[in-house]
Design a protein around this ligand. Sequence first.
Ligand code: PLP
Length: 406
Amino acid sequence: KPSFFEQVQGAPADVIFALTSSYKADSHTQKVNLGVGAYRTEEGKPWVLPIVKKAKHLLVENEELDHEYLPILGLETFRKAAVKLILGYNSKAIAEGRVGAAQCISGTGAVYAGAHFLSKHYPIKGAACYISKPTWANHRAIFEGVGMQVLEYPYWDPATKGLDLKGMLGTMQSAPNGSIFLIHPCAHNPTGVDPTNDQWRQIADVMEAKGHFPFFDCAYQGFASGNLDKDAYSVRYFVDRGFEMFIAQSFSKNFGLYSERAGNLTVVARSVEVKNRIESQIAKAQRAVISNPPAYGSRIVSVVLNNKQYYQEWEQNLSTMANRIIDMRNVLYEELVKLGTPGTWNHIVDQIGMFSFTGLTAPQVKVLKEKYHVYLTDNGRISMAGLNSKNVKYFAQAIDFVVRNH
Ligand code: PLP
């Protein structure tokens, strides 16, 4: 008897997860994984943040904690703290009661919840969502998945290995009024290139004049500069300018809680009433997809964010991660300069956050993988955290070889 599903075509494997599998299957002793955006220690190991360990102990000792369902929109103390973290402890918008929140399945789930809401309730029918070129691959998948049209705005300028501000502003200008713009507030993935404060002002000017809707996807707060406030600058600036907006927040990277799926969708609305209605619609949709979010990760984040001393320790842990990554940028740059590798490499130190967009081409990436057992995505993005003092020289030599020969 034939299957009901004979007509189903196989889907391609996810590029990043496939890269990790190939890396794991490789038995070469000098193999290096620069694919997945997950922090690694100097020893190349995952890091459970010391403050997360403390919070976990505290949770275990609290025998009162049960395993009842959370509310549909998640843990109240987590949602409140997440909103304050991104908008600031003195946020006027929060004081005015027009900021809502939904705990979601990490950053991905928060982008999805926002996209799903926009697909149903955005007032301009057929409005497109513009994503940066390039961006995190899931942005297109999520917005197309909820049936929205996805278009791109220029972002990366290969000539300067920096921001194509002119191209970005040009597309914002020519897009139909009231379009949706998906924006990385800090540590842009994959380029590591962020606008300066003055460039954010220019972006806000155009978006305001055109009545565009900003949707920030914040996966790296605290990771970019090591400073939580600095990394939230663009979001807070847009709030001060009076924009309504969505902000997806992930706690995967800044808490090292990748598998716990702790995330939040912050909603900044014009009024308390509108905020309440948006939250109610997100709750209705969330009920039908996950019913209610998981508790463990959000409890850990909540314990830390709501205790002053824990919060300070968390900031120290964040600095440890951010600084190690910045160190690796410097060392890689110095090694390439020492080798006299053709081309300019200062973008490695100028870029920010977890990734560097090296400018290496797909054929060069192929040789890196096959000859040197170094794993990275075909677009030349490297996860800086995969480097350490034991493999950075080897990696620089590998780059030197492929740049000279391919
Ligand atoms: N958004 C961006 C830009 C990211 O880079 C990531 C993770 O790589 C995410 C969202 C979401 O990650 P998670 O769902 O693990 O929180």
